[in-house]
Design a protein around this ligand. Structure first.
Ligand SMILES: [Zn+2]
Length: 231
């Protein structure tokens, strides 16, 4: 066996590419950060692709609640992400918004891009669904990522505690079962989502309980909706 010094055994190539996963509930600023990151890398002369899936705009765009937007590649279940990158001249990084909705195979492809092709991957998404269960793709990202960051940009439950979990609200009541992915918060959908703290997600309380809640129930539900829409 050849003796190598600690330094000579390390290839002199530049740093390894990285796989990072940024997660948080809706409205915590994931898409805004994704767009900011793309802008910063672009200014450094790096070339990247912006990918999304089921963006709130309903189209192949990354849009943020605060009004920023950018054209993006819509990732459907059949896209091979390694092939996608190979089809481009030179790609230094990927911004993957809504990565929680990718297939497990696509998460493996992201890891391949990092390890085999030197592409930095910045993935953004929800960790858990409306039942507070991990999305399979998010779980895989937790297992594989070099770095996992929880984003907490002042999204609060109605009680003032940090909002950690997304509740699905159907007809004014919190849903506990159903399909894992249902698009909501659109005019056409009876489904909306609301961020709650752990305590109130587990207890199923969508608003402040009070004596006249019954009388004002419908009203409270509506104003809560407005609050979450403007948050
Ligand atoms: Zn709460």
């Amino acid at each position: 066996m050849t003796e190598l010094s600690a330094l000579s055994s390390v290839p002199s190539a530049a740093r390894d590419a990285v796989l990072k996963f940024y997660f948080g509930p809706m409205d915590c600023g994931k898409s805004t950060l994704a767009l900011q990151m793309n802008y910063n890398h672009g200014r450094q002369g790096r070339r990247g692709l912006v990918l999304t899936k089921h963006d709130r705009s309903g189209g192949p765009k990354v849009t943020s609640r605060i009004g920023l937007g950018l054209d993006a590649i819509e990732v459907d279940d059949s896209i091979d992400l390694v092939e996608l990158v190979r089809g481009h001249d030179r790609i230094d990084y990927l911004i993957c918004d809504e990565a929680c909705f990718y297939t497990l195979e696509q998460i493996e492809q992201l890891a391949d891009l990092v390890d085999e092709h030197g592409v930095d991957v910045y993935a953004f998404g929800l960790a858990s669904d409306f039942r507070s269960r991990m999305f399979p793709a998010a779980q895989r990202l937790f297992e594989l990522a070099d770095e996992v960051c929880r984003l907490q940009v002042e999204v609060l439950c109605w009680c003032g505690r940090p909002g950690l979990l997304n509740a699905r609200v159907v007809g004014g009541a919190m849903a506990r079962s159903g399909e894992q992915v249902v698009i909501g918060d659109t005019d056409a959908s009876p489904v909306r989502y609301q961020v709650l703290c752990r305590r109130h997600h587990r207890g199923g309380q969508l608003a402040v309980p009070s004596a006249d809640e019954a009388a004002l129930g419908a009203e409270a539900g509506r104003s809560q909706e407005n609050l979450s829409a403007s948050a």
